[in-house]
Design a protein around this ligand. Structure first.
Ligand code: UDP
Length: 492
């Protein structure tokens, strides 16, 4: 092995920092954290990435990348206690749950990893020197305390969202606002932002989650710092506010993490193997005019009723635009949808104008293709940042209680690189006409559309700059590594 220990500016060699990364077990959480693992290791750190047997299969591409680059990322597989928590065998990730009603058991199972993780870390000849854990894993606080290592939270969502959540938790607004649909202004923001409890993170208001909410808050207040998949030009004012709120603790913005995948194969294999041959998709895109195709996808968790799938199809057809439409395997395999797609003549009518991907799509590769001109998204933060990185404007359609509604405000009102489909309550059914309208506005060549495209392009340029040598995110990774090695030295 040829790893170099980072060298201090005075030439003195320091102990090589060793991060333990504890992702929350969902695609939207593991994907950016795997990027982070590679990023830290490429810059000289050692990384232990905690995973489970079912999930390790999803990191194949990352494992290959790590081998090729000869960097120090170790994948640590802990058995996932499904049976103990009352889950069916193999339910080791949120999207694998047969029903969302099992989410509580899923969190319980995750919490049971505390003991095996502590044991694993203890058994190391040289235990890690710094923990970076997903903020949905508040059970890790005890582990970091026991091993006396710095405790850094990784917030998967936007900084704006985390700032809003922090304000709501700090002021216990959920105790004052009884009606989940009552609009209120989030206090302590640099500008007005109206939201309702129903449009914030589920654990803030959902009955039965009071203990978890408490734990999340305790982890938040105990944390030594925060890592966010965002960048200065996208959220500078919120980063400042957040850090002030957190009594000056450091907020390291190190994104867009998706941009750490420069190799086209890495990009296409990110998260999972694509369900369709990526060359077929890229060839199809190659034949289209620049910025003429709208990409339509709703992340890794959202499921649609057959009726909703049909409405999306009708809306896309009516828009007359070329589209690349990702339908989840479970949604596509309902008899109603199958019949409509093939027997109903949809595919014949749209012809080569529409490409449907049933299952996992190579999203990062698709969004970076020059033929993509717009993205209909559920506003999961990863999807938003990926589109921002590639200068792609968005039609925003938030789906469930999480960060999606707040991310929408950032894109539509603050950055003005998106148009809202117009959904204001979770799980709303959206008609074909609304979808058609949003797609038409998004892809429109008029003055407003041009302005949006120009702003999106500019933001994409800044995103790339942030990750390059000399950029703000690059510098923050340097600082983060320095922080971890410095701490190690102080401990002796
Ligand atoms: N993704 C993908 N192909 C798919 C669906 C999702 O590559 O077919 C990726 C997407 O690029 C993003 C992540 O999965 O990185 C989804 O995260 P996001 O925060 O957008 O939404 P979530 O799945 O958490 O709702």
């Amino acid at each position: 092995q040829h790893h170099h220990a980072p060298t201090a500016s005075n030439g003195e060699s320091k102990t090589r920092p060793h991060f333990v990364l504890v992702p929350f077990l969902a695609q939207g959480h593991m994907i950016p954290m795997a990027d982070m693992a590679v990023l830290l290791a490429e810059r000289g750190a050692r990384v232990s990435f905690i995973t489970t047997p079912v999930n390790v299969a999803r990191t194949e591409a990352v494992v290959r990348r790590v081998r090729r680059a000869g960097i120090a990322v170790e994948f640590v597989e802990l058995p996932f206690p499904c049976a103990e928590a009352g889950l069916p065998e193999g339910c080791e990730r949120i999207d694998l749950l047969p029903s969302y009603e099992l989410i509580k058991q899923f969190h319980d199972a995750t919490g049971l990893l505390r003991h095996p993780l502590t044991q694993h870390l203890r058994a190391q000849r040289q235990p890690p020197t710094c923990m970076i854990t997903d903020s949905l894993n508040p059970w890790t606080k005890g582990v970091a305390e026991e091993l006396r290592m710095p405790y850094i939270l990784f917030h998967v969502p936007s900084c704006l969202n985390m700032l809003c959540a922090r304000m709501i938790l700090r002021h216990k607004l959920y105790e004052q606002i009884g009606d989940p649909f009552e609009p209120f202004d989030v206090p302590g923001l640099p500008h007005r932002l109206e939201i309702s409890m129903a449009r914030t993170a589920w654990f803030i208001t959902m009955p039965g989650w009071e203990k978890f909410r408490e734990e999340v808050w305790e982890a938040e207040t105990a944390a030594d710092g925060f890592v966010i998949n965002t960048f200065e030009a996208l959220e500078a004012t919120y980063v400042e506010c957040y850090s002030r709120e957190a009594k000056g603790k450091k907020v390291w913005t190190i994104g867009p993490l998706s941009l750490s995948n420069q190799d086209p194969d890495d990009k296409a294999a990110r998260g999972n193997k694509a369900s369709v041959d990526k060359h077929r998709i890229l060839r199809w895109l190659d034949e289209k005019a620049p910025r003429s195709v709208v990409h339509v996808s709703f992340g890794s968790i959202v499921r649609h009723s057959p009726a909703q799938v049909l409405e999306i199809g009708r809306g896309l057809e009516a828009s007359g635009r070329a589209f690349l439409w990702v339908i989840k395997e479970v949604d596509a395999s309902s008899p109603e949808v199958e019949k409509w797609l093939s027997g109903g003549g949809f595919q014949e009518r749209v012809g080569d104008k529409g490409l449907i991907i049933k299952g996992w799509a190579p999203q990062a590769a698709i969004l970076s293709h020059p033929s993509i001109g717009g993205f209909v998204t559920h506003c999961g933060w990863n999807s938003v940042v990926e589109a921002v990185s590639e200068g792609v404007p968005m039609a925003t359609w938030p789906h469930f209680s999480s960060d999606q509604y707040i991310n929408e405000r950032l894109i539509v009102d603050v950055q003005r690189t998106g148009v809202a489909v117009g959904v204001t309550v979770p799980d709303a059914h959206v008609g074909a006409e609304e979808i058609e309208k949003a797609v038409s506005r998004l892809m429109d060549g008029g003055e407003k559309g041009e302005g949006r495209r120009e702003r999106a392009r500019e933001l994409g340029r800044k995103a790339k700059e942030a990750m390059e040598v000399g950029g703000s995110s690059y510098a923050n990774v340097t600082q983060l590594i320095h922080y971890a090695s410095h701490h190690d030295q102080a401990q002796g």
